[in-house]
Write a protein that binds this ligand. Structure first.
Ligand code: TXA
Ligand code: MG
Length: 362
């Protein structure tokens, strides 16, 4: 199975692979032509750079100008794991990978199947989340199969009748089970010149504080800083009265279900109930709302309640699958209870994803 996948990668084809965070849409990172197929399949804007997945530090070193002592420390502490490290790229990394930029993000994923794939292919793999641009990241092989027409799943136990790619345009999916972490890696940009700071560009399960501890210096959380900026610029109200976003505007809608989604916190529960009544009232239709609640809350029929876990790790692992299931119910609106922001970095990363999923449509 891995041989088929590795050969497809070497031929320039796409192989979706499992990681501990979400499934990635893989292609040979050293081939501009293969990487172009990834952008095309996802409908991704060409300026948005891709993370390059490696099987270990040695491969990462070959992709960046200098594998700095900060990088060494972070790799020793967190790899394989959900941390993408951004450093100036070497010339062998095609510009299409970095969206024309001078830096590349590298990450060694914590999934043995994918590290073996990289080893066998003998090349690093670009790997954006294996979903259409802007929508929910996949956390199972089945999610990926549904996302891309004609995608073929290669299972661990697949017998002789297993599918084989017929052309380089086929998308293969390696089934490595359900992703254990469920939200995307933390992206950290490391300093290159004296005086540069360390910046977390995207929150994930590894927090700025944990990175600061390992590096022995302060780390700026750019996501938090951007939000603080937005809060100063004020918010908008959703049509249903539940504020979809504390601070809409600059944050892109991303990681989003196809159904309009609204975020709420525990204290806004009465407003959600009112919003649900409004949904019922429209044209006597069967329009339903789906509510993702933390723990149990009474949700009146015909609306659907999906109970989310109360601990942050399990909530994160479940979130995107819940978005997809909610979408499939064909509801008019999805209401998402996001976690308590109690200093737990995983709740903070969850809140970040829910904010983006519920950002007002432009
Ligand atoms: O957990 C993950 O990171 C997953 C799995 C498959 O590894 N991948 C993933 O990739 O989430 P993607 O493309 O969906 O998100 C990558 C994020 C984007 O926000 C992108 O802008 C940022 O990382 N990024 C990638 N390369 C970068 C670079 N050179 N400089 C700054 N940001 C970069
Ligand atoms: Mg993505």
């Amino acid at each position: 199975m891995l041989d088929i996948a590795a050969a497809h990668v070497r031929a320039g084809g796409l192989v979706a692979f499992p990681t501990e965070t979400v499934y990635g849409l893989g292609a040979d990172a050293t081939s501009a032509e293969a990487v172009a197929r990834v952008f095309a399949a996802k409908g991704r804007p060409s300026h948005n750079p891709l993370i390059v997945h490696v099987d270990g530090e040695a491969m990462a070193e070959g992709l960046v100008e200098r594998w700095t002592s900060d990088a060494r420390k972070l790799a020793a502490a967190f790899w394989p794991g959900p941390l993408s490290i951004v450093l100036p790229k070497r010339a062998n990394v095609p510009e299409i990978v970095t969206g024309g930029g001078a830096s590349v993000a590298v990450r060694c994923p914590d999934h043995p199947m994918t590290r073996r794939l990289i080893e066998r292919a003998g090349v690093p793999l670009v790997g954006p989340s294996a979903n259409k641009s802007g929508f929910v990241s996949p956390t199972s092989a089945e999610h990926v199969r549904r996302e891309f027409e004609g995608a073929m799943v290669l299972g661990e136990g697949a017998g002789p009748g297993r599918p084989r790619p017929r052309s380089v345009d086929d998308i293969l999916v390696l089934d490595g089970g359900v992703c254990s972490r469920g939200i995307e890696s933390t992206v950290v940009k490391l300093p290159v010149a004296i005086g540069d700071g360390v910046r977390v560009l995207r929150q994930g399960v590894i927090s700025a504080e944990e990175i600061a501890k390992v590096l022995g210096r302060s780390v700026e959380d750019a996501a938090v800083a951007a939000r603080a900026d937005e809060e100063r610029t004020g918010g908008r109200d959703s049509p249903t009265g539940v504020t979809p976003l504390e601070s809409p505007g600059l944050l892109d809608r991303h990681y989003a279900p196809r159904t309009p989604a609204f975020r709420f916190t525990a204290s806004q529960w009465p407003e959600v109930l009112e919003a649900l009544l409004d949904l019922e009232g429209e044209d006597g239709s069967e329009a339903r709302g789906v509510v993702l609640t933390i723990g149990s809350r009474g949700v009146p029929v015909p609306h659907v309640r999906m109970i989310m876990p109360e601990d942050s790790r399990s909530y994160a692992a479940r979130l995107y699958a819940a978005f997809r299931e909610a979408d499939e119910l064909g509801a008019q609106a999805i209401y998402v209870e996001s976690g308590r922001e109690n200093g737990d970095p995983i709740w903070a990363a969850i809140a970040d994803r829910v904010r983006r999923a519920t950002a007002a449509l432009e």
